[in-house]
Ligand binder design. Structure first.
Ligand code: HEC
Length: 89
């Protein structure tokens, strides 16, 4: 997962979703530990897990794109490089 898997644009819109939907229950430190535990697994699994269970008070309430963007934002905050398909980064 060290290559860029998301775009800057995704991360930017993900920040808005994150602030509105995730920040109340998780801080960024939580994701560092979470990402570590998901290390070497396909990102898709994490995406599916988040989509199925988060936000905990209303699971599945975001749009597909919002889940994708919020994960992009989390990856960016954790220091993963951007550079998805055709991205300028
Ligand atoms: C109402 C509180 C609440 C909100 C809002 C919330 N979460 Fe969670 N989240 C939890 C709880 C509770 C757990 C499970 C306990 C734990 O691991 O701390 C959890 C677990 C997780 C996990 C670990 C899942 C795993 O399988 O390892 C991730 C990743 C996560 N949340 C991401 C998000 C994201 C992204 C959002 C915003 C879309 C979000 N959460 C919004 C309460 C919340």
């Amino acid at each position: 997962m060290s290559d860029g898997v998301y775009t800057e644009a995704q991360a930017t819109s993900g920040q808005g979703v994150y602030d509105a939907q995730c920040k109340t229950c998780h801080n960024m430190r939580f994701y560092r530990d979470t990402l570590r535990s998901w290390n070497n697994q396909p990102l898709l699994y994490l995406w599916e897990s988040i989509m199925g269970t988060m936000p905990a008070d209303n699971p599945g309430s975001l749009m597909f794109e919002e889940y994708t963007n919020v994960i992009a934002y989390i990856l960016k905050e954790q220091g993963f490089p951007s550079g998805g398909f055709g991205a300028e980064s």
